[in-house]
Design a protein around this ligand. Structure first.
Ligand SMILES: NC(=O)c1ccc[n+]([C@@H]2O[C@H](COP(=O)([O-])OP(=O)(O)OC[C@H]3O[C@@H](n4cnc5c(N)ncnc54)[C@H](OP(=O)(O)O)[C@@H]3O)[C@@H](O)[C@H]2O)c1
Length: 347
């Protein structure tokens, strides 16, 4: 069987900004016979995620991430359907997911490395398993529950950066459902701001590309900031932290504004921001969703129920075809997505 796949063609150059030419499309032939324990799956949807930028480097800078190798097939989150199986836990027709799905139109994988999922959980929206009912939804929910200390009735204000992205758009909605009285989003376009306020129920939204973030934060958060879900780091986060209340909390989810730079994770903070954290006793601990996977099943169920009942709305940006993987990744890194960036590979 002939299949198409995407390999790493080159690593990002000196300025560190990834370009679609870092990826290359190839055609290969899959061996016709499965070995014991193997599964042939047709890829339905693939995910592109910010952490992949680290996998493009020779040294990822994180012990739990391996670098992608030049001229080898790229992998990441994927969902697909089993077409044939020599594995006792997978049958033809099963919907399966993996964090290490090859960027291929069909793939032979070890069945024991796949998670079988129930399509009813997402009412047939199988791409949600890569986003709102997958790793980015879990990151939002568990980040808030483990690090946010949101308390009903405590009159708290939450700010979310990267607010119109996959994690941010869900995090803001959970902040509201868990009891924050104000949830303010920061993101990179007026269209995104409109979606946050009109579709997702954020109290206010700030376009950091056009507006003065400190001024707009003062207007939107008159009682200061109690919880900050930080996806971006850098100058935006310095401005938020400067307006946080005593004893407040930063959920250190990600620092995407620094991912194209050669700095360790988490990137170093300015002296002023460190002093703000210290003097106001603001908690800012690193959060990694993979450390909480024992809570994944219950949390995914909770997310699915909120989505079914309409209490959480899911935004996605979907493009078609394996040949768009490189473009989709680079676009997501620059803010081309609203909600989760998804690539549809087959029906
Ligand atoms: N801790 C964990 O376990 C964990 C798990 C998953 C993801 N994460 C982190 O969560 C964050 C969001 O990931 P995601 O998958 O939900 O991606 P996403 O938010 O859907 O997409 C990335 C977004 O980042 C924003 N962005 C890019 N460059 C920026 C810059 N210089 N300044 C401000 N914003 C910028 C863009 O939106 P704008 O238009 O708003 O610029 C873009 O849409 C990332 O930092 C990621 O590493 C952490």
């Amino acid at each position: 069987m002939k299949v198409q796949r995407v390999v790493l063609n080159s690593r990002p150059g000196k300025n560190g900004v990834p370009v679609p030419e870092n990826f290359r499309l190839e055609e290969i032939t899959l061996a016709p016979d499965l070995k014991n324990g193997e599964v042939l799956a047709r890829t339905l949807y693939l995910s592109v995620d910010p952490y992949m930028r680290c996998r493009m480097n020779e040294d990822t800078g994180a012990d739990y991430l391996t670098p992608w190798r030049l001229s080898e097939c790229v992998d990441g989150g994927g969902v697909g359907v089993v077409e044939s199986s020599l594995c006792s836990t997978c049958s033809e027709g099963d919907i399966v997911t993996s964090f290490n799905w090859p960027w291929q139109t069909h793939a032979v994988m070890t069945g024991s490395g796949l998670q079988k999922v129930d399509p009813q959980l997402v009412d047939g929206h199988l791409s949600y398993f890569l986003g709102a009912v997958g790793i980015t939804g879990l990151t939002a929910l568990l980040g808030i529950r483990e690090k946010g200390h949101v308390t009903k009735g405590a009159n708290q204000t939450m700010v979310v950066s990267g607010a119109a992205g996959a994690c941010g758009s869900i995090a803001g909605q959970i902040g509201r459902l868990d009891g924050c009285v104000r949830v303010v989003g920061i993101c990179g376009s007026d269209e995104k701001c409109k979606a946050l306020v009109e579709d997702l129920g954020f109290s206010a939204a700030i376009n950091y590309r056009l507006e003065d973030v400190p001024t707009r934060l003062k207007e939107s958060c008159p009682n200061g900031i109690d919880v900050y879900f930080d996806n971006v780091g850098g100058a935006i986060s310095d401005a938020v932290i400067a307006q946080m209340n005593n004893g407040s909390r930063v959920i250190l989810c990600g620092q995407i504004s620094q991912y194209n730079k050669d700095v360790p994770y988490p990137p170093p903070l300015s002296d002023e921001t460190q002093e703000n954290l210290r003097s106001k006793k603001i908690t800012r601990e690193r959060f990694t969703v993979l450390s909480y996977m024992s809570k994944a099943d219950a949390s995914l169920y909770e997310l699915s129920q909120w989505i079914k009942s309409g209490q959480i709305k899911v935004l996605e940006t979907v493009v078609d075809g394996i040949e768009t993987m490189g473009d989709a990744f680079c676009s997501m890194m620059k803010g081309g997505n609203i909600g989760k960036q998804i690539i549809k590979i087959s029906q």
